[in-house]
Design a protein around this ligand. Structure first.
Ligand code: FEO
Length: 402
């Protein structure tokens, strides 16, 4: 896609990666992603962020549509992760900038990723600013949102916050603005992105939202490094949604994920789901044979209750369930009611292993159900009862919250 002017003399010059499907285990659904970068034309022409190395050609071509690369004076690196800095070596070689501006942690990371000999690195801290002519760039460090080096750049004269990964969506489109696409799909992608990337940093997110509020920044556009740019009324909507995402208030919704060997645990999963539904909790049932862990995580994020089923396999948990639990543990979801269930042949360790893992994630764990070989009618009734018990515990938790 070509360069697009998003504000007077501020141009999107990023790249659309229609084919990207995976970021270190996070499946992007069929949407691909974009790597957003921006060129601000002023006395000191400035590029904020770059793109993944494999998209450097598209990015440099877009920048060249706006100005000759030799006219670029400053480069701002809000975030060193290679999807945003991969094209930096080619850009630096092409434009020989006066300054490469990054956070202190960004400077360290750049030196570890690239041969920075001779690069004019210039580290900034929160509160620092740099004039580029008629505009001043203000920097806000956002450590651990979501890497130690992360920062945002605010252009006060244009009421523009360039927010790095925060507020992004992995969503490849020809459009550049959030108001130009289907809103339900857009906000689904924004939440999915939060669930799979930002969730473990929710406490940092709340602090940064508070900092932005207390600084009384006048913002009418938020330009993240992935996906669509928020403008108009959607700015306050995404700020508000991020606060809700980060608070993680439990919702009356449940997900039952499981894997099964000979369908016994599958029968138990459906019985548990029936109990949840009977007691008033909407539920999604997700076999790990059919669903990617990113899709399950999206449901976990939206659900106040998580029920995990595994048959016992080699005295432990089935590998797919172990992988799902490891993925979920890393993303640190909060305020969940949880329970385990599953079948076994002779030893039956999976129930305790899964229950212990859920407790280690600070879930409120309800005692689960296991069944030897094939669940009996009474054991399936116990699974239905487990679903009902979890639903009632969740409803109590929600009531106690408000
Ligand atoms: Fe989009 Fe943290 O990189």
């Amino acid at each position: 896609m070509n360069a697009v002017e998003i504000k007077k003399d501020i141009h999107w010059i990023g790249a659309v990666d229609w084919d990207r499907r995976n970021f270190h285990g996070y499946s992007l659904s069929p949407k691909g992603t974009t790597y957003n970068a921006f060129l601000i034309k002023d006395q000191k022409n400035t590029i904020v962020d770059t793109v993944a190395a494999e998209c450097a050609g598209q990015f440099l071509c877009n920048a060249s549509q706006v100005t000759d690369l030799s006219n670029i004076a400053y480069i701002v690196v809000n975030h060193v992760e290679p999807d945003h800095s991969g094209a930096l070596p080619r850009l630096v070689a092409a434009c020989k900038p006066e300054k490469i501006i990054c956070s202190v942690m960004g400077e360290k990371a750049l030196k570890e990723y690239y041969d920075t000999e001779g690069w004019p690195l210039h580290a900034v801290k929160s509160g620092d600013s740099i004039s580029i002519g008629s505009r001043t760039l203000h920097f806000l460090e956002t450590r651990m949102l979501h890497w130690p080096d992360s920062m945002m750049t605010y252009v006060a004269e244009d009421k523009l916050l360039i927010s790095s990964d925060a507020f992004g969506q992995n969503y490849a489109t020809a459009e550049r603005f959030a108001d130009q696409v289907d809103q339900a799909e857009l906000f689904k992608e924004a939440a999915r992105y939060y669930a799979n990337i930002v969730l473990p940093f929710s406490s940092v997110t709340l602090k940064i939202l508070d900092a932005v509020k207390s600084m009384k920044l006048d913002i009418d556009m938020i330009a993240p490094d992935h996906g669509l740019i928020w403008r108009g009324g959607l700015v306050s909507r995404i700020l508000s949604d991020y606060r809700q995402y980060a608070i993680q208030k439990p919702a009356n919704k449940a997900v039952v994920f499981f894997d099964t060997m000979w369908r016994s645990t599958e029968q138990m999963a459906h019985a548990v789901a029936e109990g949840l539904f009977q007691a008033g909790t909407p539920v999604a049932v997700m076999s790990l044979k059919s669903n990617h862990h990113s899709d399950v995580m999206e449901e976990v994020f939206h659900s106040g209750a998580v029920l995990a089923g595994s048959a016992t396999h080699n005295n432990g948990v089935l590998p797919s369930v172990a992988a799902m639990i490891a993925y979920m543990k890393g993303l640190k979801p909060q305020n969940k009611v949880a329970a385990a269930f599953g079948s076994y042949g002779w030893s039956g360790e999976a129930l305790k292993d899964v229950s212990d893992a859920l407790a280690a994630m600070h879930c409120q764990v309800i005692e689960g159900v296991r069944a030897r070989n094939k669940p009996t009618h009474d054991q399936l009734k116990a699974c239905v009862e487990l679903g009902r018990t979890v639903s009632l515990a969740l409803q109590d938790k929600i009531a106690a919250w408000s």
